[in-house]
Design a protein around this ligand. Structure first.
Ligand code: FES
Ligand code: FE2
Length: 439
């Protein structure tokens, strides 16, 4: 049997015996997770063997390369560094390119939940200085373990709370004159030389939660929305109950705009050119004799305006012929503009959940963080295989995203996906800029 069942990419996943429909893609109440993948008709042992077999070409090629040609690097089709900023290019030209890209995108950051750091990296008493959505922030974990976020600069005389500041009880204390602020509401609780504390003594605070290994903050430029987010991030019962356990994390900077990630999923005609081929997990090394056929769709959640699901039905092909039982279906659910996106894989051997998150630093720079979880019964090798396939396919999109511009009037033709419909849905998150009427 060919190594097809564990393969994973954003648009490709595995067999569902029944006919696919939008309604069938809603997460089961017992799962509560938005992306569903099924690998059926395959026992656990076979899946592990498939995973190992699929890695063999990679291992053999690395071994041969090391033995026969130490000076010859392993073939790499994808750039190891972002194409926009290669070291040997003229800086002025790159700056022009960057400015042009910046100018092409909608202004302002979409309202939504964004990750600030991994939860593990923020222990009790820790303070971190973080730039996100154009703001300088001080995120800290108070002595009871609650993550909180305030503006980095103290409203008194402007000191940066993250440099020399201290966590005391529920508060973060400024190093300059020792004012103490509670990130739960931004209020100043103590001024060493002024009592009572005047009511005007407060700083801007941001709603913050720990979310499956990520510290996430709700961003809005509107004060009333910032302090009272219109929705919370959805829970994943299988993880909350302990049925699924943490299996890994990864982060990487990417020079792209957040909206590209959402648009990518309705750009159905890019699937074949970019994702039509299989690669060895974690690499861009192609498995040349296997290709992937995609059929994609999307749907807005009828009950939640901020949720949209992307659907894909993929089939593995061997020399142009469909591989039996290799078709696959996936649903990817966005929570808001895509600061936090969840993938939930349901297989014969259990579930794998991948949380992909995007933290925009500016319009074309963001930090992408992933955490993933799986049933204890799923072999770690299989989990790595699935996640590694996703990363390999995702990197192919990154190659395009890091160099493209945003066209407000793209030249769309019959057969293109519903890009403009997606843009109209996405526009609800731009509080600072109403996209021009040419949408
Ligand atoms: S600048 Fe922060 S207490 Fe004075
Ligand atoms: Fe893609």
């Amino acid at each position: 049997m060919l190594p097809t069942r564990g393969h994973f990419n954003p648009h490709v996943l595995h067999p569902l015996p029944h006919k696919w429909s939008v309604s069938s893609l809603r997460p089961p109440a017992s799962i509560g997770t938005p992306l569903i993948l099924r690998i059926s008709n395959t026992d656990p042992g076979t899946l592990v063997v498939l995973a190992v077999l699929s890695l063999l070409p990679f291992l053999v090629s690395r071994l041969l390369t090391a033995c026969l040609s130490k000076s010859k690097p392993v073939k790499q089709d994808l750039p190891q560094e972002p194409l926009l900023y290669p070291a040997d290019k003229d800086a002025a030209a790159l700056s022009r390119n960057n400015k042009r890209r910046l100018a092409s995108y909608p202004k302002g950051f979409p309202e939504g939940w964004y990750p600030l750091c991994f939860s593990d990296d923020l222990r009790k008493g820790d303070i971190k200085y973080i730039e996100c959505v154009g703001h300088e922030l001080a995120v800290y974990r108070d002595e009871s373990g609650v993550a909180k976020t305030v503006d980095a600069h103290c409203p008194h005389l402007g000191a940066n709370l993250a440099f020399g500041g201290t966590v005391i009880g529920d508060c973060i204390q400024c190093p300059f004159h020792l004012w103490q602020f509670d990130g739960v509401d931004g209020a100043c609780r103590s001024i060493p030389y002024c009592s009572p504390v005047p009511s005007v003594a407060k700083t801007r605070h941001w709603q913050t939660v720990d979310y499956y290994g990520l510290v996430c903050m709700f961003y809005s430029p509107r004060d009333e929305v910032r302090v009272s987010p219109p929705y919370q991030l959805m829970r994943i019962p299988a993880i909350d109950s302990g049925e699924q356990v943490y299996r890994g994390r990864w982060e990487v900077p990417v020079k792209m705009h957040l909206q590209e990630f959402a648009e990518n999923s309705v750009d159905f005609q890019h699937f074949q050119p970019l994702h039509g081929g299989m690669t060895i997990p974690f690499t861009d090394i192609p498995i040349s004799f296997i290709t992937i056929r995609h059929v994609a769709d999307w749907a807005e959640d009828p009950d939640h305006r901020h949720i949209v699901r992307f659907l894909d039905h993929a089939t593995l092909m061997f020399r142009g012929r469909e591989i039996p039982h290799s078709s696959a279906k996936a649903t990817i659910t966005f929570q808001g503009p895509g600061g936090v996106v969840i993938f939930d894989f349901v297989t014969e051997v259990g579930k794998i959940v991948l949380v992909q998150s995007h933290a925009p630093l500016d319009s074309v720079n963001m930090q992408v963080r992933f955490t993933w979880f799986a049933d204890r019964a799923i072999p770690r090798l299989l989990v790595s295989y699935v996640v590694g396939n996703w990363f390999a396919q995702w990197k192919r999109d990154v190659m395009v995203w890091e160099n493209k511009i945003y066209l407000r009037k793209p030249l769309l033709v019959k057969g293109d996906g519903p890009v403009m419909k997606l843009r109209r849905w996405f526009a609800q998150f731009y509080a600072e800029e109403t996209p021009s009427g040419d949408w």
